[in-house]
Write a protein that binds this ligand. Structure first.
Ligand code: IPE
Ligand code: IPE
Ligand code: MG
Length: 258
């Protein structure tokens, strides 16, 4: 297991859990089997995050674009979500993990909504660890919802648009109660963000892993954190200003004098 600096554990890790379908296909199994195995990985990942002292863990479970999948797969995913909530709520309570969601959850099936409401309510008092499920989430719909909410506040005379700051606007995002992610991990070998936390990721570090989500082990999670700890986050400043060793300069273009 990778050696980690306990003082530099990211506060907020967000994960694009990708590759369930390909994991199943590789084994000649239906895609839903990959999702089933993916749920086991979710349980393991929540546990590892807690062990590591990660305060916020956000999991991208269903995007606004995922409704475009075959009806059977969408239905299977919703059933699995309901099953997960039913089975995991007692563990979340035992481990004092608060559940939150981001996304247009009002459009999810009634059974899922009910379970979500129950678990959110049952865990609302916990402050140490927060699990955020991104459900029917998309950054662009999040921006639209925020603009609508902000416009309503302007129309009601509650805020002055001439004085708008980022902090004011961010209060209307689904993530209003969350810090920005420090680290975003995507499994499956794809190196894209797929409409996930586009604004909140302004200064996130990204780790892309080639393994499929069902194979995302505790060891792989530790390795991703180790990778994160090797980065220097500069937020626009120079490396020297930060008083740490300067990052390696990029290699010179081929053919140039060194
Ligand atoms: C991630 O796995 C799960 C969801 C998006 C719900 P995929 O289902 O996207 O798996 P691949 O990418 O097709 O392999
Ligand atoms: C991103 O995965 C969404 C989730 C993990 C829920 P997708 O598999 O839907 O992303 P694309 O379509 O390959 O970009
Ligand atoms: Mg995918």
């Amino acid at each position: 297991m990778a050696d980690l600096d306990p003082a530099r554990i990211p506060h907020h890790v967000a994960i694009i859990m990708d590759g369930n379908g390909r994991w199943a296909k590789q084994r000649g199994l239906p895609r839903i089997e990959g999702h089933r195995r993916g749920v086991e990985t979710v349980r393991r990942t929540i546990e590892t995050a807690r062990e590591l002292g990660i305060r916020y863990l956000t999991l991208y479970a269903f995007s606004v674009e995922n409704w475009r999948r075959p009806e059977e797969e969408v239905g299977g995913l919703m059933n699995l979500l309901e099953y997960f909530l039913k089975r995991e709520t007692s563990t979340l309570i035992k481990n004092k993990v608060r559940l939150l969601t981001i996304g247009r959850t009002a459009d999810l099936p009634a059974g899922v909504r009910r379970r979500l409401e129950q678990t959110i309510e049952a865990t609302a008092g916990f402050t140490e660890h927060t699990l955020v499920l991104a459900l029917n989430y998309g950054s662009r719909t999040e921006v639209l919802d925020a603009v609508q909410a902000y416009s309503a506040a302007v129309a009601a005379g509650e805020v002055d648009p001439a004085k708008l700051t980022w902090e004011d606007f961010a209060r209307h995002l689904y993530t209003r109660d969350l810090p920005d992610p420090d680290l975003i991990i995507r499994t499956s070998g794809e190196t894209r963000v797929s409409n996930f936390l586009l604004l909140q990721a302004a200064y996130a570090e990204f780790v892309f892993l080639s393994l499929y989500w069902p194979d995302f082990s505790k060891d792989a999670f530790h390795q991703a954190i180790a990778d994160y700890q090797g980065r220097q986050r500069r937020f626009g400043r120079t490396g020297d200003q930060l008083g740490q060793a300067s990052p390696q300069p990029p290699p010179l273009p081929a053919g140039s004098a060194s």
